[in-house]
Design a protein around this ligand. Structure first.
Ligand SMILES: *[C@@H]1O[C@H](CO)[C@@H](O)[C@H](O)[C@H]1NC(C)=O
Ligand SMILES: *[C@@H]1O[C@H](CO)[C@@H](O)[C@H](O)[C@H]1NC(C)=O
Length: 443
């Protein structure tokens, strides 16, 4: 038993049936657990991180391949250029630089992945559509801080995105918005609020001015450095069995690689997606259950796959000529980008969680359609499931004050929350949010 004296704070990074951490969109997801742990360490607070994996890093996945020009970041690609990201990199001693996401340039190909047929397609000029989107997004700056909006909730935020696109003429910008909203299921049905929370004001600015990445090109460096500092406080390969929250402290029964441990903590910070499934071992009361049950999540998977015998390209996008805005029907591959000779970063999405084996088989089956005859069978060389992903609730729930109720749980029963379901998938914004939650916890 740890922390016999003094306050103890527990950061729950992973629980049973859940791999990785929280949340986030295709290129910028972030784990907040290790950031929170580092901050607590810097404030000299005792804490324990419960991590299911044997490595920190959540959605930051890096594949090193000797035949590649550099590390392949097939999870988090870039970090938001906001003050807290810069501070965090400095604290960790990670040299960083500006970068622009490749886009527009290079050999962009489109194909119908159902048939393997290439499509001759020239994307429209998106300048006007993007400006119209930005003008609307700028009306809701408070969304950068959390799910905050006026009462009653503005109708535009509750429109399915398909209607919002028509209303404000942003059809020509769908390709880029869709790229950022990878992992969120059917973009056209998604409420506009959630699109604004993903393809947000920070992204719009970073698109122009650039994002941040470690100078090494290895995004995992951020976690490797954090790991060096907090490793003695992390229980790797651990799963939460049961949580009991009493008046003065929280008791957590953890299954670790070296047996069962019972941890007593003053406070608990939950950074995983707060779905009923994820919180299975928690002693949820009726109020908590009635809130968390509203969350619906999606399936999102990323991989590096060896596929010999493909035509040369810088990106290959799944394109369905028979749908609105040519968006592919999911489940399916979003797009394919090369990482090394014959190796590709492949992103896959589904409106619902799917088994990893099913998704891997579907990726291989699909990629075979593009191979030259006689090529070797495709092979998965690196894999990460970011499922459950993209937690949302219904329009009715939002209208009846869901997010106020959700936020009212902060601090209740000695439990605090951070992560995408509480805010956004964007790393910088999430770090800021976590910082505020920690300040509350320290009081
Ligand atoms: C934490 O402890 C170290 C070493 O005792 C000390 O130098 C530092 O000022 C402390 N930090 C805070 C925020 O109290
Ligand atoms: C796209 O449209 C904008 C605004 O109408 C224009 O300024 C720009 O030059 C166009 N870009 C291209 C590549 O045609």
């Amino acid at each position: 038993m740890w922390g016999a004296e003094g306050p103890m704070i527990l950061i729950s990074v992973s629980v049973d049936r859940f791999c990785g951490d929280l949340l986030q969109n295709s290129d910028r997801h972030e784990i907040t657990g290790s950031q929170a742990a580092l901050r607590l360490r810097d404030m000299n607070r005792s804490m324990i991180v419960i991590e299911q994996e044997d490595i920190l890093g959540g959605h930051t996945n890096t594949h090193i391949d000797s035949s590649a020009k550099g590390p392949a970041n097939f999870g988090v690609k870039v970090f938001d250029d906001v003050d807290i990201t810069r501070e965090y990199f400095k604290r960790l001693g990670v040299p960083f630089q500006k970068t622009h996401l490749e886009g527009g340039e290079g050999d962009k190909l489109y194909a119908d992945f159902r048939t393997g047929e290439f499509i001759d397609y020239k994307p429209p000029n998106m300048t006007m559509a993007l400006a119209s989107y930005a003008q609307q997004a700028a009306k809701y700056p408070q969304l950068q801080k959390g799910f905050f909006f006026r009462e009653p909730v503005p109708e535009d935020l509750l429109l399915p995105f398909a209607e919002f696109i028509k209303k404000y003429n942003i059809g020509d910008a769908i390709e880029i918005i869709y790229t950022y909203c990878q992992g969120f299921g059917d973009l056209l049905k998604r409420l506009t609020l959630y699109v604004f929370k993903t393809f947000d004001l920070t992204v719009l600015r970073d698109l122009q001015n650039g994002y941040l990445i470690p100078t090494s090109g290895d995004n995992h460096e951020v976690y490797d450095k954090a790991f060096e500092i907090i490793k003695s406080d992390v229980l790797f390969r651990s799963r939460v069995e049961r949580v009991h929250r009493g008046l003065d402290y929280v008791t957590v029964v953890v299954n670790t690689a070296s047996g069962t441990r019972i941890i007593r903590a003053r406070k608990l910070l939950v950074s995983i997606a707060p779905t009923l499934d994820n919180l299975g071992g928690f002693d949820l009361d009726m109020e908590e259950e009635s809130i968390f049950k509203h969350f619906k999540t999606t399936g999102y998977y990323t991989s590096v796959v060896k596929v010999p015998g493909l035509r040369k390209f810088d990106s290959l996008t799944n394109f369905n000529p028979n749908t609105a805005y040519n968006l592919p029907k999911l489940p399916g591959i979003y797009w394919v980008t090369p990482t090394a000779p014959d190796k590709y970063d492949i992103k896959y999405g589904s409106p619902r969680a799917l088994g990893d084996d099913y998704v891997k088989a579907d990726i291989i089956r699909t990629m075979k359609r593009f191979q030259a005859p006689g090529s070797e069978e495709p092979e998965i060389v690196a894999w990460s499931s970011h499922t459950p992903f993209g937690a949302t609730v219904s329009r009715d729930a939002i209208k009846s004050g869901f997010y106020e109720r959700l936020y009212s749980l902060q601090g209740r029963r000695n439990t605090y929350y951070t992560g995408a379901a509480f805010h956004a998938h964007n790393s910088g914004l999430l770090w800021r949010f976590t910082e505020e939650v920690l300040q509350e916890m320290m009081k």
